[in-house]
Design a protein around this ligand. Structure first.
Ligand SMILES: O=P(O)(O)OC[C@H]1O[C@](O)(COP(=O)(O)O)[C@@H](O)[C@@H]1O
Ligand SMILES: [Mg+2]
Ligand SMILES: [Mg+2]
Length: 320
């Protein structure tokens, strides 16, 4: 079984990307350790603060954000950082080649119930000149690498550098990520979907009609029964889709008219969309391919429909 270091050498990624990916994985091992200690370390529960998006920060949101921010700022390949938990972009090294966007702890509402959480990251090429938000506003198609680390029964890293999707499992004895799945391919068809059904009445008619037909099962136009799963952590739901297929969606809704979308483009939708496309799946907003969106703001939100390509196409037909 290959170690992560051996894998990167074989993939012949550039020395700078190799260095950055090692920084990210090293920090993720430390996060995994912090998450595992949970209540023992007194890191569960909320802080008194809100992030720029008006969400109450969990203690571990702040701790994991600081861990990644510190190690990435010390990495000479990193020019700037954008995080869910930072109002603005953070400058690192003037000559750095990369911009790193991340969700330090995805699914953080799961942390207090000892359920799945993860770290999502996206790496973009840096441009010349001063570090501003503008540098980050590149379509997801430009990502040089993307992935996530899932802190579950095993800690797993899922990575693409644009040449397929690879999964690694953290060995508790050696503390090394070991390659456990190569060239992950999502089955084109599925009988499983993931959506927060409690928002049903707030969706657009297209999504209401699509889900209605899934629920009718073999008595409806789809002619087959579907199962439903919802982990409430995108990282967990996308990991299941990559592992056995499925459709995952957080669609447009009118629950809070000021916030029609929930998931963030730069550090949730884009990295997951790259992994999904690299595994031969599909990722759309319903009207636009996620990786082709020209971002206008680092914290912007988008509707997300992703997974098994034939099922995503079936859903898109309802969107006209
Ligand atoms: O609470 P809901 O509506 O089920 O939403 C769950 C979604 O929110 C998120 O948790 C948002 O992520 P954060 O925990 O990083 O804010 C997604 O991971 C997940 O898909
Ligand atoms: Mg998140
Ligand atoms: Mg988060």
């Amino acid at each position: 079984m290959q170690t992560f270091t051996q894998f990167l050498a074989e993939m012949s990624v550039s020395p700078s990307l190799n260095q950055l990916l090692h920084t990210l994985t090293k920090t993720s091992k430390e996060i995994s350790h912090a998450v595992q200690h949970g209540a023992l370390a007194g890191v569960l529960g909320a802080t008194e603060q809100e992030n720029v998006q008006g969400e109450t920060q969990k203690k571990l949101d702040v701790i994991t954000n600081d861990m990644l921010k510190t190690t990435l700022a010390e990495d000479s390949t990193v020019k700037g950082i954008a995080s869910e938990e930072e109002d603005d972009v953070v400058a690192a090294n003037t000559d750095g080649e990369f911009l790193v966007s991340f969700d330090p702890l995805d699914g953080s509402s799961n942390i207090d119930i000892n359920s799945l959480v993860g770290t999502i990251f996206s790496i973009l090429p840096a441009k010349d000149g001063e570090l501003t938000q503008q540098q980050f506003l590149q379509p997801g198609r430009n990502q040089v690498a993307a992935g996530y680390v899932l802190y579950g029964p095993s800690t797993m890293l899922t990575l693409t550098t644009g040449n397929g999707v690879f999964m690694f499992t953290l060995c508790p004895e050696s503390n090394e990520f070991m390659l456990t799945e190569s060239n992950v391919i999502i089955p084109a068809d599925t009988k499983e979907f993931a959506i927060n059904m409690s928002n049903q009445r707030f969706w657009q008619p297209a999504m209401q009609n699509y889900i209605d037909d899934l629920l009718k099962g073999d008595t409806g136009v789809r002619g087959k029964n579907f199962n439903m799963r919802w982990i409430a952590a995108m990282v967990g739901d996308v990991h299941r889709v990559l592992s056995r297929g499925g459709l995952f969606s957080y669609p447009t809704d009118t629950k809070n008219p000021a916030k029609p979308f929930k998931l963030r483009l730069m550090y949730e939708a884009n990295p997951m969309a790259l992994l999904i496309e690299q595994a031969q799946g599909k990722a759309s907003t319903g009207y636009e391919t996620i990786l082709d969106i020209e971002p206008t703001e680092i914290h912007q939100r988008v509707a997300v429909i992703l997974g098994s390509r034939n099922e995503v196409d079936a859903c898109l037909k309802y969107h006209g």
